[in-house]
Design a protein around this ligand. Structure first.
Ligand SMILES: [Zn+2]
Length: 557
């Protein structure tokens, strides 16, 4: 046992736990002591109880695992919180089930201007969803529903018409209003520019706040500001309830930072939060000055910025991800990037020159390659530094690009709940889009890790449920789709590291959090059972009981 500040009583002790410290020098313990927001001692119950004074709060872990607080490395706080009230369609399949769900939801909300469903599988019906299907379910009220990946929306005729999309519209590259044979919009809207007008028309565009790259205009008045702050707080509560103590948001602007700073002032910032600047392809490169301003204004251990988020491509399911070779089920098409490789490299060089971290949504192997090329260009232009740039998702990668992560010091940010077949994600249409030849290097986190890449895990909430334990389970239980494919699963310890140690590394904070060690932040979670003794299939039944962030209890079951 090691003690700092010996002789003083702890503020809080956790006893009777199976402490998984994630610290190789001291991997297991029974108890933890906390003082002034930091861990002061880890060791046996007897040694920790010596630090108990009359005012010390005692948490009995009852034999459950005690882990470093989870670090959620890729998520969307505002949008996720806003969706907590939407119709949840994950797991719904077939026309009848969809009809029942929508009609029940609509009946309970007679005054909603727009009814919104979320979490839709691309294969929810046995044929592509059109506005006609939705009209048969709900013809007389505007309705729209989004795919679980948030890259596609489907709307009924009334919603399309009122938002001015029924006759199509000119959009930027990578976005598409799918048109029907009758010359009118078919109902499927691919990517943000296509469905943005619906959310905007019905006053729901705040759910995309920060994904637009700009700031809300006009600046919200007090009432709206308070409502947005409360929404953020609801999202943070949802995180704390799932054992999360740090989040790395993947959309952002100054407004989100200001909302969170307001919550911090009110003592309601329940998680440490990192908010990036979202750079869009239409922006002038000088806009990165704003990212630098955000970085220099917000740099505390509770609220920070310093990251630039970029989308390079879309998603596989709507053929908007960028591939090196054509899609297996669309042989004339490789997708359309949101940046040219040259344009992206220019952005990467400039962001890197400013000392900012870069995180790029890159799903197809073509996008992954272009983004790595951009990082390489940045390294050539500015010299090698500890930049920890990130590639987000990496759903497909070519063999040639696998070793480049280690070579360039680039982080692989991946989502265990996303592979087809994991959790409630269906196998199709994704597997047919990718094609068998590319399966061995699809969602290949084991291959990347073995090649020396740092692999960090996350949910991309609300794309999939935020629960890190579900993610850990999905990583441990990952099964090949066919015989002869490499095993991409992680051990329990590796999976936990993906949500703790690696998350800390991704934000340059591995000396302060992600492991339980004296002197580190008192961010930890107590679980309902010992996860090392739980069968993988039962992991989802293990629940956070107590979440502690900065020494304060942020969630108690
Ligand atoms: Zn995301």
């Amino acid at each position: 046992m090691s003690v700092t500040g010996a002789g003083q009583n702890a503020d809080l002790i956790v006893i009777n736990g199976r402490v998984l410290t994630m610290d190789d020098d001291n991997p297991a313990a029974e108890a933890v002591a906390v003082k002034d927001g930091a861990i002061v001692a880890i060791g046996s119950r007897a040694s920790i109880e010596q630090l108990k004074g009359p005012a010390t709060k005692v948490i009995d872990a009852k034999g459950g695992s005690v882990l470093p607080g989870f670090i959620e490395a890729h998520m969307h706080l505002f949008g996720g919180a806003a969706e907590l009230d939407n119709l949840h369609l994950a797991g719904v399949h077939g026309f009848d089930a969809l009809r029942d769900a929508i009609q029940t939801f609509a009946a309970a909300r007679p005054n909603a201007r727009l009814l919104i469903g979320a979490g839709v599988d691309y294969a929810i019906l046995s044929e592509p969803v059109t506005r006609h299907h939705l009209d048969r379910i709900i013809p007389d009220r505007p309705f729209a529903m989004s795919a679980s990946d948030h890259h596609t929306m489907w709307a009924n005729t009334m919603a399309l018409e009122q938002a001015g999309l029924l006759h199509g519209r000119q959009l930027g590259p990578g976005n598409e209003i799918v048109m029907g044979a009758d010359g009118l919009a078919a109902g499927e809207l691919r990517e943000g520019e296509a469905f943005g007008p619906i959310l905007e028309f019905f006053g729901q565009n705040r759910t995309r706040l920060g994904l637009t790259g700009g700031e809300p205009e006009p600046y919200p008045l007090a009432e709206e500001l308070a409502a947005d702050r409360d929404l953020m707080h609801r999202g943070l509560e949802w995180c704390a309830r799932h054992g999360i103590t740090s989040i790395q948001n993947m959309d952002g602007n100054l407004y989100q930072l200001e909302l969170l700073a307001g919550l911090e002032q009110e003592g309601r910032l329940l998680c440490r939060t990192k908010i990036p600047f979202h750079f869009k392809n239409f922006m002038d490169i000088d806009m990165l000055e704003k990212a630098s301003t955000m970085a220099s204004t917000y740099k505390s251990e509770w609220l920070s910025s310093g990251m630039v988020k970029v989308f390079y491509d879309g998603v596989l399911d709507s053929w908007t991800a960028v591939m090196v070779e054509p899609y297996a089920d669309r042989p004339d098409w490789v997708g359309e990037p949101l940046f040219t490789p040259e344009h992206f490299a220019q952005v990467a060089v400039e962001a890197d020159r400013r000392g900012l971290q870069i995180a790029v949504h890159s799903i197809g192997d073509g996008a992954v390659r272009a983004v790595l090329d951009g990082y390489e260009a940045a390294q050539k232009a500015n010299g090698k530094r500890d930049s920890r740039h990130r590639v987000e998702h990496i759903e497909v990668i070519t063999e040639a690009d696998v070793p480049r992560f280690a070579e360039l010091g680039v982080i692989a940010s991946m989502q265990p709940p996303h592979p087809p077949g994991a959790l409630n994600f269906p196998l199709e249409p994704t597997l047919s889009r990718i094609g068998r030849e590319r399966w061995p290097l699809s969602y290949a986190w084991r291959t990347l890790k073995d090649a020396g890449a740092r692999v960090v895990f996350a949910s991309d909430w609300p794309v999939s449920p935020i629960d890190p334990i579900l993610g850990i389970q999905a990583a441990v239980m990952r099964k090949p789709w066919a015989e002869g494919l490499p095993d991409q699963s992680f051990s329990l310890r590796e999976a936990v590291a993906g949500y703790t140690v690696e998350g800390a590394y991704a934000e340059f904070a591995e000396h302060r959090k992600g492991t339980l060690k004296p002197g580190y932040m008192a961010d930890l979670v107590v679980l309902s059972a010992d996860i090392e003794k739980t069968a993988p299939a039962d992991l989802d039944k293990v629940r956070p009981v107590t979440t502690i962030c900065g020494g304060k209890v942020t969630y108690q079951a």
